[in-house]
Design a binder for this molecule. Structure first.
Ligand SMILES: *[C@@H]1O[C@H](CO)[C@@H](O)[C@H](O)[C@H]1NC(C)=O
Ligand SMILES: *[C@@H]1O[C@H](CO)[C@@H](O)[C@H](O)[C@H]1NC(C)=O
Length: 604
């Protein structure tokens, strides 16, 4: 009796097991075919800021866990060292010069929400291709690839046109001016110009006075001086008025196509974005999804909520990194809770290296740390473009894997499209290379033999990873003039520029052996490196081939496309009021701390 019952129940257990097993393999099968994607991108985070890249004092346990449970790329290269071009390259898998998202002049990112440039809509993002494969897609955080073309709300460059079903975040970027007490990028950025202008004016006045004293002045200079100073005064008033309104006009938070805060509030902003992310995952856990979590940290204006303020060992900057890490942890936990971890491929990166020139008015270091690498954001020294690259996919990627060969943020495009069985565009050059064969060990060497490093629109360096070799050479055609001389950045101008008197050309190029000299400290010579001429020859030939592959495209960062155009100004209130509103009032006052935010999604 007992034995029969046991046999029967054994049979039952077996049946149940079989069904479960079938369901599981089915699920596993589907998952392997179409993984979910959670792509984290930080802003201006340095490779030396993370524990998994050797930092011992900043606490980033959740980001570090991705390296432990997945793969870590040691030579992961951003396609550009500034936000707008780097993000364009990431989403299109192409060098920014191919889409016209690289500038010929100083202004090389969008700084006004009312500019007319943006990622051309005939560019194909991987998001669009995934959407065609049935993915649910969301962008949370920073966009920075344009907004309007002809009117204040045509939204021709809104994320919705690039494959995103859902958007919650900033069409532009987080900037110092977005926070009332965080200083001003215009004043910081134009320090040198203002200084020169003041010098010229003092000199002119002095000369006039001298000439007048000597009786040599035949013109009515008093009247002239009056006209000039009035004009100058009026101009200053206009400029100051404009700067004072910058926050209202440009620091905008949108949900889909609606403005929800103008200017946006920093209160619980990380918590709000995180809970939008976890509720997106919840809503879509029964179908393949892609979440692009594009953190507005750790660009200035720095911010951190009460729970993180003053808690890190690295000031405001450290607090901000640690809060971002908390958010990553919340999202990983929600994947786990919803049983999605196994079928989700996670990627973590930064759009470029740390911004070393970020020093607050009070002298506090507010930029990150690029470890052993030279320079930072806005340069093509390794510190500007070598960024964190972490990938986790349980059961598919071997935990603790390390890849040392060159990889690019453009590689995500072919990787996610191939895994989702999408079709790669065949009518254009895709510069990224699928990372999967490298990560899974099917090939030993990264498929990037050459990588081209542009400083805005100007080719400034080339990296060569010869086939069947672990060597990596890098040649710089020009480098920025650091100021003050001997420092590691362009402190006078806040960022480094890519032309004119701001750079030094090198002919022959400065050549480095990155394998031996990753800090780019000692350029090679024909004496120190016997292959010197051969290497430069190979690099020059590759450069010519690359340049032949470029076709002229409309310049999305021309002055005309970046200047402020009043008729393109997004504004949440009717024209007679200032552009101010807060449609999240109440919810942003919620005490939504790290402890409880997971279970209290704010969106109704
Ligand atoms: C860790 O990061 C902080 C903040 O950027 C930096 O000041 C510090 O030097 C880094 N520490 C190490 C060991 O890299
Ligand atoms: C997009 O359109 C522009 C002209 O409007 C053209 O120059 C460019 O080649 C097009 N890009 C692609 C990828 O088709």
């Amino acid at each position: 009796m007992v034995a029969r019952w046991m046999r029967a129940s054994n049979m039952n257990i077996l049946a149940v097991f079989l069904v479960l097993h079938l369901a599981k393999t089915n699920l596993g099968h589907r998952a392997n075919l179409k993984p979910n994607y959670v792509l984290f991108m930080a802003d201006d985070l340095g490779i030396g800021d993370l524990g998994c890249y050797g930092n011992t004092t900043l606490r980033t346990p959740h980001i570090d866990s991705l390296a432990k449970d997945g793969a870590l790329l040691t030579q992961h290269i951003a396609a550009a060292s500034l936000c707008t071009p780097s993000r364009a390259a990431f989403l299109t898998g192409r060098y920014p010069v191919r889409s016209g998202m690289s500038s010929f002049h100083k202004l090389s990112i969008y700084i006004f929400a009312a500019g007319s440039g943006g990622l051309p809509t005939n560019e194909t993002t991987f998001v669009k291709l995934l959407k065609e494969q049935g993915y649910s897609t969301a962008l949370i955080g920073k966009w920075h690839l344009g907004l309007n073309c002809e009117t204040h709300d045509d939204h021709c460059h809104h994320p919705a046109h690039y494959g995103f079903d859902y958007f919650y975040g900033l069409p532009l970027s987080n900037l110092r001016n977005c926070h009332p007490n965080s200083g001003d990028i215009f004043i910081v950025g134009s320090r040198r110009t203002v200084r020169t202008m003041v010098q010229v004016m003092v000199l002119a006045l002095f000369t006039l006075l001298l000439l007048d004293y000597l009786g040599l002045l035949k013109i009515p200079w008093r009247a002239l001086a009056f006209v000039c100073s009035t004009a100058l005064f009026l101009l200053s008033v206009v400029v100051l008025l404009f700067i004072s309104q910058f926050r209202n006009l440009n620091c905008i938070l949108m949900e889909n196509e609606k403005i929800s805060q103008q200017p946006f509030s920093f209160d619980n902003l990380t918590q709000r974005m995180t809970s939008k992310a976890t509720s997106f995952i919840e809503r879509n856990s029964d179908r393949p999804f892609l979440l692009f979590m594009s953190y507005i940290q750790v660009h200035t204006a720095l911010f951190a909520s009460q729970e993180f303020l003053g808690k890190s060992k690295h000031g405001f900057y450290g607090d901000s990194v640690e809060e971002m890490d908390w958010s990553v942890g919340q999202i990983l936990a929600s994947l786990e809770r919803l049983n999605q971890s196994k079928q989700t491929l996670i990627y973590f990166t930064s759009d470029q290296g740390a911004h070393v020139e970020e020093i607050s008015d009070g002298g506090e270091v507010q930029g990150g740390w690029n470890g052993i690498y030279k320079g930072g954001k806005s340069t093509n020294w390794e510190g500007g473009i070598r960024v964190p690259g972490l990938l986790r996919w349980p059961g598919v990627l071997t935990p603790g894997k390390r890849v040392d060969g060159p990889t690019s943020n453009m590689d995500i495009f072919p990787m996610v499209v191939n895994l989702a069985q999408g079709t790669m565009p065949s009518d254009r050059t895709i510069d990224g290379r699928d990372l999967m064969p490298l990560l899974q060990g099917d090939i030993k060497q990264s498929e990037h033999e050459f990588l081209f490093h542009y400083c805005n629109r100007y080719l400034s360096a080339v990296r060569w990873h010869p086939r069947n070799s672990s060597l990596v050479w890098k040649a710089h055609f020009f480098t920025p003039n650091f100021n003050p001389e001997g420092s590691q950045g362009c402190f006078d101008t806040f960022v480094c520029f890519c032309h004119g008197s701001y750079i030094t050309h090198h002919s022959p190029p400065l050549l480095y052996n990155l394998l031996k000299d990753p800090s780019e400290a000692i350029p090679l010579t024909p004496i120190s490196e016997p292959r010197y001429h051969q290497i430069l020859k190979a690099i020059n030939a590759a450069t010519l081939r690359h340049q032949k592959s470029l076709t002229p495209v409309p310049d999305q960062l021309s002055l005309n496309n970046v200047v402020w155009k009043p008729w393109l100004q997004p504004c949440c209130s009717s024209s007679w009021q200032l552009c101010r509103c807060d449609k999240e009032k109440g919810s942003s006052a919620l005490q939504d701390g790290p402890g409880n935010s997971r279970d209290s999604p704010i969106d109704a």
